[in-house]
Structure formats: C-alpha cells, structure tokens
Design a protein around this ligand. Structure first.
Ligand code: BG6
Length: 490
C-alpha cells in the first residue's frame, strides 16, 4: 500500500482504547516504517494537558500496554515530534475552530497536504455531533482526502443505525467511512480467505456435500470489568454476535471474490448476510441460547458487578444455530457461541466434515472420528487439521493424527496487532477489512428479532457458573438436536 502524507486526528486520545490499543499500534507502525512518509498525530480530548503532559501520557501508555522497549528511546524521541495535543470539549462548536487552526498549523509546519483521518475513539452518543461539528468547522473541507474511522457500536438496532448513518453520511461519503470491527484486523481472520482460496485442497469440499457443521467460538475469561453501564445495554448479542461473530461467519461462508480489488471481498461477504436465515421473534427460542453468569467461588456473578442492575436480564453468553440458505450451504448448521467468564480466552472456528460414505475402519471406541479443520485465531494463530490414519501395529484400527501449523508458537513470528493493520489499511485507503454499511444494516436485521425476543422474555435466561462453558444442558442440546456436539477449543 502506498501511504500519502497525512494527519491523524484522534478523538478520545486519553481514553482506554487509545491507551491500550491505538498509541501502541501507531508506535509499532512507526518503528516498522509503516506510517506515511510525513505525518502528524493530533490527540483530541477534554483534559487540560500541555504538550509535554500529553507526550508523557502516551509514553506511559506505550510502556504499560506494549510497544515501548528498553532500546526504543531514540525511536520514541522521533515519534514524539509527530505528536500534538488539542484540548477540545466535543460538544462546543467553537472548540472545533481552534482544532482546525491546530491541524492547519501542523500541516503547514510539516508540509503535509490536507489528507485527514478522523478517528472517533469516543462514546457512541457523540458520533453524530462530532461529525456535524467537523462539518460546521470546515475541518472536513480539505484539498486532499478525508476519512472517518469509527468504532462500534454502530447503533443498537437497525433504525438507530440508519439514523446514525444518515448523520455521518451528511459529512462523509460511504467510501470515506471506515467502520472498525477489530476482528477483521486479526491475522487469522484475514487468513481464512487465503486458506480457502489459495489451496485446491479445501475449496472443492467447502459446501453442504462435505461439511457437516461449522462451530465458531469466541470465549473470554474476563467478566464485564468496569464496563457494566455499557454492557447492560449491549449484552453478548450486540457486543459480540452482531459484529465479530457474524464477520467470522461471512469469511467462512462467502464465495471467492472476483479479485482482490476494492469492494470485491465485501461484495461477497454481504451476500452471505443476504442468505442468512432470519428468525421471527417466536422462532428465536428454538435456535438461540441466552445465558448469564452467576457467582462461582471468588468470581462474582454478573448481577453483583459494578453498574449492573441486581435483577439484570442481560445476556453475558449467547449460542446460536444459524443457517445460510444458499446453494453452497443449504442445510448446514453454523453454530456460534460467545460469552464472558468462560474457562478460556479463545477464538476458534472448527469445520466438521461429514463422514465417509461407507466406513470400513474403527477406532477404540468403535466409530470413526470426523475430519476437523480448526482455524485458530486466538491465542494460537494457525490451523489444525485432524485426519484418520492407521494406528501403527494394528490391523484396521484407526486413530486421528493432527496436522498442526501454528504460526506464533515458535517465537519470532510476531504478527501485527489488529489495530496496526487496520490503521495502516485506512491510511492506505484500503477498506476491505472494514464493515460496509450494507453489512451493518443486514446484521441488525438478523439481530433485531433476537433482541426483541430477549426483551419480551421469549427466550429463557439460563444461568451458568462463572468459569464454565455456558449453560451446560441448553448449550449441549443445541447441537445434539442435529446429532453433533461442541468440539473442544483452545
Ligand atoms: C470487543 C467487545 O469488541 O471485543 C469486548 O466490546 C470484548 O467486550 C472484545 O472483550 C474481545 O476482543 P478480543 O480481540 O480480545 O477477542
């Protein structure tokens, strides 16, 4: 990617996301010479920081959250020269005039053409007003390009998402909007496409004739931490399923893109959502499990967490059976599950193949295990393929062997963080791994009846002990109804 000189205007520069992810990502890109030839970063927030305090704040963030190593002093000093701070109260229109002056001043000092990336790492309630202010203050009137990077959540249902979209579209064109789903920046999520379409091995089998089911898991060990207020509104359904889980499903189920040019991949992904079977409010209970963690040992229950209603009905776990009703996938269940306070932090996709038509062999339990392809996204990055082979020294006894490729197991292979890749792509104008508006809209169409069913209590809220794999019976039954079971992950 060719990167034009540009200015990054980072709203929410003192927030958690900036500290934990964005500054480390920017510094790492800088060290790898993957930022534009000339650039400026302008941190925007409300705190009364001097330039020095801001730089010190960023340095602390790098030390705490990675990016800064002992021998990085020189690199840091040169990075620092690109960093500036602008104190802005985001709801005050006049403050944006001041911000424009800061931006213009930096551009002229550093001879940067007016290419501006506005990153909104702020509370979603502010998305609309900040974009309106960017317009009114003419910050978006540039001679070069302008781009908007925006974090989730993008609305809380279809109609709020539409409203938000109209508001930001009054300022930015769709091609200028980079909606972040950080799962799309993960090495192995991007690798799904390559594994599928760069090998002749899998693609002929990648359909309902040979695949029995697909299981997509993203489990977390943490609870809601200090995000109770947000999570009460979101639940696992909106926090994870609407975006990350559906994105992984699209990558697994899409048709090969016509090229790697602009829009080709997103065109294919969105078709998956068009074929995704939506459930009516009454059907939801047959396909979706809704869970909430309760206290186990030292782990608090969800209702005991800070900023959580003691009688909260929020889902901290969801599992679902999905169908992509198209030619390739008719009849193949896709199971997804995600939750907080589970035993492992793991993101993994298991593709289970159908059995051979006539089985001549047996293993010690009498039956042959199916072939499995695991795409491991976190903590391992790699693939694992389970095939059956003869057990040495026996007649027809078979045991599974694993063909295992782990790209981060050996050290040395240090794949860039999701945010590094996404920032770099945006600066290079490549929106492939960002969520397009039609994806957002269709994802909400699928999610909305589920939220309604939850709200109307049409799906039982089942509790699970903190540290377990979700409601044991219900989660198990979801697959058992089709003759399957969850394969272990992690
Ligand atoms: C975020 C959710 O989008 O993804 C968080 O809001 C969740 O609740 C996080 O913890 C998980 O991301 P990752 O990359 O750690 O799997």
């Amino acid at each position: 990617l060719k990167l034009d000189p540009a200015t990054i205007i980072l709203f929410g520069a003192t927030g958690d996301l900036s500290r934990r992810k964005l500054f480390p990502a920017l510094f790492n890109l800088f060290k790898r010479e993957m930022l534009p030839p000339s650039f400026a970063i302008i941190g925007v927030a409300r705190r009364d920081f001097s330039q020095e305090t801001f730089r010190e704040f960023v340095l602390q963030a790098l030390k705490e959250f990675g990016g800064y190593q002992a021998h990085d002093e020189q690199q840091w000093n040169s990075f620092c020269a690109h960093l500036n701070y602008a104190q802005v109260n985001l709801t005050e229109a006049e403050h944006y005039e001041k911000l424009r002056e800061v931006v213009e001043q930096r551009e002229s000092e550093k001879d940067i053409p007016q290419n501006r990336a506005f990153y909104l790492a702020i509370a979603p309630e502010l998305f609309s007003s900040v974009s309106a202010n960017l317009k009114n203050s003419r910050l978006v009137e540039t001679d070069g390009w302008k781009r908007l990077l925006i974090e989730k959540p993008f609305g809380h249902d279809r109609s709020s998402a539409e409203k938000l979209n109209r508001e930001i579209r009054a300022v930015f064109e769709e091609e200028e909007i980079y909606r972040i789903d950080h799962y799309l920046g993960k090495e192995m999520v991007q690798n799904i496409e390559v594994i599928r379409f760069a090998n002749s091995l899998f693609e002929p089998l990648w359909n309902n004739k040979y695949i029995a089911n697909v299981q997509i898991t993203s489990s977390e060990t943490v609870g809601v931490e200090d995000r109770g207020g947000y999570y009460e509104q979101a639940g696992a359904l909106r926090d994870m399923a609407q975006n990350h889980m559906l994105q992984m499903l699209m990558m697994i189920a899409m048709e090969p893109p016509s090229s790697l040019q602009k829009e080709a991949t997103r065109d294919e992904k969105v078709k998956v959502l068009r074929s995704l079977r939506t459930y009516s409010v009454d059907e939801v209970k047959d396909h979706i499990i809704r869970g909430q963690y309760t206290r186990f040992g030292e782990y608090k229950g969800y209702r005991e967490e800070e900023d959580v209603d003691p009688s909260s009905m929020t889902d901290t776990f969801v599992a679902a059976r999905l169908f992509v009703d198209n030619f390739r996938w008719a009849g193949v269940p896709f199971y997804i599950r995600t939750g907080k306070r589970m035993p492992l932090k793991s993101t993994e996709i298991v593709v289970e193949f159908k059995n051979v038509p006539e089985n001549l062999y047996f293993n010690q339990h009498g039956n042959l295990e199916p072939n499995l392809l695991s795409i491991r996204i976190f903590p391992y990055e790699g693939i694992y393929f389970k095939i059956n082979a003869k057990k040495p020294g026996t007649d027809g006894s078979v045991s599974p062997i694993a063909v295992d490729f782990c790209q981060n197991c050996e050290g040395g292979v240090n794949s860039p963080e999701a945010y590094e890749r996404l920032l770099h792509d945006c600066l290079g104008g490549d929106s492939t791994y960002f969520t397009r508006w039609d994806e957002v809209a269709l994802a909400w169409d699928f999610i909305d009846p589920i939220s309604t069913a939850f709200k109307e209590d049409k799906v039982e809220l089942v509790s699970y002990s903190a540290g377990s794999w979700g409601p044991p019976k219900e989660s198990h039954q979801l697959l058992e109804q089709n003759g399957f079971h969850w394969w272990p992950v992690g």
